[in-house]
Write a protein that binds this ligand. Structure first.
Ligand code: PLP
Length: 457
């Protein structure tokens, strides 16, 4: 078996997988999960033909996937992969580039530079910003907050990169009460502590209340959010950023998916004011629909991002340095895959109108879910401003039972959450692959399953 045969047969397997996604349940069957036990063999003593390895992977692995690449997966906030970015991912895997340096991947660095300019353009963010291509929004939030930590301490004469936090002036961190757990994780990793934050009360949609912001002084970081992971709501950026900047605070935006509303003319009003922040974290693998993994950290002051991510000059002397943008200078990683390739491919194939349509279309699908559920008598708890819908079917027990039955039934997949004390089913429409007929089939399945429990609603 030649390398050509191996790769061509693998491509056929992948195509077959995608072409038959529609005919299977979204969740894997019990049998498929049971078959995973075939993988638990002892470590082979001798080499195996790669074709056999791939056959095993496909036969056991493909059925045990969650069909999130298809059109009826609505769990968490998970996008699919637009065709050009999936194909680019394949080619880039063949290239096997180390994306950290221009010297090890001129193409990776070039595509990052192009993609970052387009990204700032389509998201309406400051063109001078520094951008790092990281694994996910959690990593993006972490990286941005490292830049924030650098900057607010530098302003009071403390060099956190060389001196650390022991003895440093304290940093006040302000978050909304609906802060995403990834921000708290990032604060933990940065030594800023998840429990010493000031939590600002939120309104009924989970938006930070600008009128409840505390007075700020000294080194301060304010974290706001574009797109609440449950309700999809946006914090009132204009008021919060004006107040924060008046006292010299750094404002970071967690915009894992919501920031992409800026790309759709009819939703852009939601992101008003966000471009005035200091840093932003977002995902490629959510709403832009690049393959996993892809997060993007954006920092208005590119120098602060670079300073926070710098390796010391002495210990990095062996790295080939140029005057140009070296990808590793903007991320926690040195060696990594050249994930700018897929961002470039997604943006290059969609274009401005394609990105706008992707965002707008998924929002429209979410509105249709909300309309259908409401018409059937169920309570949608959020204002469906973007692609997120939260519906309750009554008490927690009923809602949990409906979610479990729906997942087992297989037509579509949505997960549960808790919203202001109510157990809810959360429907997130984030995939390019979702069609109107996917929405109708899924809505019908949800209503069919729910009717078993809620006769007479
Ligand atoms: C999904 C999400 C995150 C985390 O994103 P990952 O890519 O999973 O790390 C952070 N914040 C918000 C608001 C999110 O929706």
């Amino acid at each position: 078996m030649t390398l050509r045969d191996l790769l061509e047969s693998t491509a056929r397997r992948a195509v077959h997988y995608l072409e038959t996604l529609d005919d299977r349940g979204v969740a894997p069957t019990a049998q498929a999960l049971h078959n995973l036990s075939r993988l638990h063999e002892s470590f082979p003593e001798h080499p195996t033909d790669p074709t056999e390895v791939l056959a095993l992977l496909d036969e056991v692995g493909s059925p045990a996937t969650v069909a999130s690449a298809g059109g009826r997966f609505f769990g968490f906030v998970i996008g699919g992969a637009v065709p050009a970015s999936l194909a680019a991912n394949w080619l880039a895997a063949a290239w096997d580039q180390n994306g950290g340096l221009i010297a090890t991947s001129p193409i990776g660095a070039a595509l990052e530079s192009v993609a970052m300019a387009w990204l700032l353009d389509v998201l309406h963010l400051p063109p001078e910003s520094g951008v790092g291509f990281v694994t996910c929004a959690t990593a993006a939030n972490f990286t941005a907050l490292a830049a924030a930590r650098h900057s607010v301490l530098q302003q009071v004469g403390w060099d956190v990169e060389s001196q650390g936090l022991f003895g440093a002036p304290p940093i006040t961190v302000i978050v909304g009460d609906e802060v995403h757990v990834s921000i708290l994780k990032a604060l933990t990793l940065l030594g800023l502590g998840r429990d010493r934050v000031i939590r600002v009360p939120v309104d009924d949609q989970g938006r930070m209340r600008a009128d409840a912001l505390p007075a700020m002084s000294g080194p301060t970081i304010v974290c706001i959010q574009a797109g609440n992971v449950n309700s999809g709501a946006f914090d009132p950026a204009t008021e919060i950023i004006a107040k924060a900047h008046a006292s010299g605070a750094w404002v970071h935006v967690d915009g894992a998916f919501g920031l992409w509303a800026a790309a759709a003319p009819d939703r852009a009003y939601l992101t008003a004011g966000y471009a005035d922040a200091d840093s932003w974290g977002t995902d490629g693998h959510k709403w832009l629909n690049t393959p996993y993994d892809c997060g993007l950290v954006i920092c208005r002051d590119a120098a602060a991002l670079k300073a926070a991510m710098a390796a010391s000059a002495a210990s990095s002397a062996y790295l080939v340095q140029t005057e140009n943008r070296e990808p590793y200078q903007y991320t926690p990683d040195f060696s990594r895959r050249a994930r700018g390739v897929e961002v470039w491919a997604a943006l290059r194939s969609l274009g401005r109108s394609g990105v706008a349509d992707l965002v707008e279309r998924t929002c429209r699908h979410a509105a249709r879910f909300a309309e259908g559920l409401t018409a059937a008598g169920y309570l949608v708890l959020n204002e469906v401003v973007i692609n997120q819908v939260m519906v309750t079917f009554g008490d927690a027990e009923t809602t949990h039972a409906i979610i479990a039955d729906l997942q087992a039934e297989g037509t579509c997949w949505a997960s549960g959450s808790v919203w202001h004390g109510h157990s809810v089913m959360r429907i997130s429409v984030s995939s390019w692959a979702t069609t109107e007929s996917d929405v109708e089939r899924s809505l019908e399945a949800i209503l069919r399953v729910a009717a078993r429990y809620t006769d007479g609603v």
